[in-house]
Design a protein around this ligand. Sequence first.
Ligand code: DX5
Ligand code: ZN
Length: 215
Amino acid sequence: MTQVKLYPSILAADVGHLYDACVRVEQSGADAVHIDLMDGAFVPNMSFSPAVVAMARKAVTIPLNVHLMMMRPDQYVDAFCDAGASSLLVHIEPEYDHAETLKRIRDKGVKAGIVLNPSTELSAIEKVLPLVDEVLFMTVFPGFGGQSFLSEPLERIQALRAQCPELDISVDGGLNRETCKICFDHGANVFDIGSSMFKPDDMGEEVRVMRELLV
Ligand code: DX5
Ligand code: ZN
């Protein structure tokens, strides 16, 4: 049985107060800070940099779960690992040497994860599955916070859970109490949550409610 883990995404935080946002995540009792990196090429938006990961590393002691939405994440492995990432997640869709990149992440002592867009088939990650600690299913097309949940990955989550009972299976995008529960019921155990964690005044209360719900 895997453990339920809640990772609030600071993409939904006020960019003028990112340090405080990381502290707020830690004080809420959440399990890690989810940090979204966008290169303006793989996705039509830009967000943070290795410097933001380094800032977060100073702000909190909980793990930093770093999601690279980039065409060439392989070129930034050292930068993000050295900045203090605890896990580094890369997408399967762009062309680069996925296996070599995942191995290099692990060689740095950082957990490696592979990410699938909502329309990407499970067969795409078959070869790299032995090289990862986490598989992340996007439940929106990445690039922006605040989008509506897409149910397309649910069957794939269920299939992967049947195959890998102990693996961290994550979901990201459009998550709230209701959609988290749906993903949980299909086998997900890690939840990257932006808007619906940062909107409520009391993130700690939201974390408590989610934990009661996801059983
Ligand atoms: C989407 C990002 C998400 C984002 C989720 O491109 O990868 O992590 O922060 O935000 P919400 O929860 O608002 O959909
Ligand atoms: Zn993300």
